[in-house]
Design a protein around this ligand. Structure first.
Ligand code: LLP
Length: 436
């Protein structure tokens, strides 16, 4: 892994141009992250509104005039302000729970642009989605299909269905975030898909409308997508012979971002190839659906944290900060790499010695680290930014060690808005009661 340079003149944040150094201080758009951290306290998630728009527009521009619905994989970041922003930009949403549906509705988004994924949909969630009028259910198993048929029939409704097919392709990503292989719990095996469609077409309360797949996350190569697309198109050919005609094809999410030295797959590169394949196979008129999560928000956010102690031991040097694995779980869970930037890098004659640090939190677990082996000149009290924290950051945060979850802030030009208050101790114990 690369050592982190501390000189802002030679280091560009891995993230987006919307996080940049100005006068020796890291800014989000026009707002100093030093001032923000001091004003609101840390740990603190900070998002850039312009970065969200830039990311969404990179899809829009790649789409041009084609019939493509982008459904933000909102599990990556489900703050209402973020959802509202994407809804305003024209996005639909990929949801995986009744809770996410409730958020989409609370954000005032259009349920007709919502696809409902997930392997464990419960009856109440199906009912809520049918009542809301979602675009379709991405059905992941035969038992789910049967249950949905029963629920819809009882409600006197018809459920639009796309079967999530598992194309058995290797997305070449971390095993925990790869989902398109045979051994994964997701989707219906491609070999069984055609029989599953025949069943779906025969069931009451079900209207077959599409096919989908999602092969994994943080994908940086185009081939896995094209392999999956090829398999899905062959299936669509087969279905046509059976008299089952689909309206849309959903290729899922998964486009990677730059955390370190990755070269992300640009939406345009993927889409140009996908459109070419659709045209070559005679499916240019099929609506395309996509479910990007990480690539829309990942580099639109950082997490600020303050150095509490510098602890030098024989084996390692630790920068003990006020954020922990409960605030950003990715390093502990996936050994994920996130860039670390002192918000005001120390330099000059009085600067502390540049040292190789492990950035760790206060939680009582050895897995509680945020970054390892980073070369930095730090003082206690310094605020540092953990980069690329906009996706799967706050949403995966918890309260382990009775730690309150961080606040979230959206920067917009030279203004900022608190879009989620920091939790309080009262929030932590709400709902708990002692024995009589
Ligand atoms: N659609 C479905 C059905 C999904 O399961 C996912 C992500 C997405 C779309 C969005 O994928 P994306 O574009 O964000 O790659 N917590 C992990 C990532 C888990 C991804 C789960 N599914 C991480 O922090 O890396």
């Amino acid at each position: 892994m690369t050592a982190q340079a501390t000189d802002p003149s030679i280091h560009t944040p891995a993230g987006s141009p919307h996080f940049h150094f100005k006068g020796g201080v890291l800014h989000a758009e026009g707002v100093s992250l030093q001032k923000l951290g001091q004003a609101l306290g840390t740990p603190l998630y900070v998002y850039s509104r312009a970065a969200l728009a830039t990311a969404f527009n990179s899809y829009k521009e790649a789409i041009g005039t084609r019939d493509v619905l982008v459904c933000f994989g909102m599990k990556a970041n489900s703050n209402l302000a973020v959802l509202k922003e994407f809804a305003r930009l024209g996005s639909g949403f990929d949801i995986v729970s009744g809770g996410e549906l409730a958020r989409v509705l609370a954000a005032g988004a259009n349920p007709a642009k919502v696809v409902f994924s997930g392997v464990g949909k419960q009856v109440w969630e199906m009912q809520a989605a049918l009542n809301a009028g979602v675009k379709c259910f991405n059905v992941e198993s035969i038992p789910e299909l049967k249950r949905l048929s029963a629920v819809a029939t009882e409600m006197g409704k018809s459920a639009a269905v796309s079967l999530r097919v598992n194309p058995d392709v290797d997305a070449k990503t971390h095993p925990y975030i790869s989902t398109g292989l045979k051994e994964n719990k997701f989707g219906i095996a491609i070999e069984e898909a055609s029989a599953a469609y025949a069943l779906a077409a025969s069931l009451p309360g079900i209207a077959v409308v599409g096919v989908d797949c999602h092969i994994g996350s943080q994908i940086t190569e185009v081939e896995p997508y094209l392999d999956a697309l090829d398999k899905l198109l062959k299936l669509i050919d087969e279905l046509k012979v059976q008299g089952i005609v689909l309206k849309h094809l959903d290729i899922g999410g998964g486009l990677g971002i730059k955390y370190d030295d990755e070269t992300p797959l640009a939406p345009r590169v993927l889409l140009d190839k996908v459109f070419a394949q659709l045209e070559a196979r005679g499916y240019a008129s099929l609506q395309l659906v996509m479910e990007p999560g990480r690539s829309l928000v990942g580099n639109a956010g950082v997490m600020l944290t303050t150095v509490q102690y510098l602890k030098h031991t024989e084996a390692r040097n630790f920068a003990i900060v006020d954020a922990a694995m409960n605030d950003l779980m990715r390093p502990a869970l996936y050994e994920a790499w996130h860039g670390v930037l002192p918000v005001v890098p120390n330099s000059g004659a009085n600067a502390p010695a540049s040292t190789l640090y492990d950035v760790v939190g206060p939680v009582c677990e050895s897995a509680d680290w945020l970054a390892r082996g980073r070369q930095m000149a730090l003082n206690e009290g310094d605020i540092i930014a953990i980069e690329s924290a906009g996706a799967y950051g706050f949403v995966m945060a918890g309260n382990y060690n009775s730690r309150t979850r961080p606040a979230e802030v959206m920067v917009d030009g030279d203004k900022y808005h608190v879009i989620r208050q920091r939790e309080t101790f009262e929030d932590l114990i709400r709902g708990e009661s002692c024995l009589p």
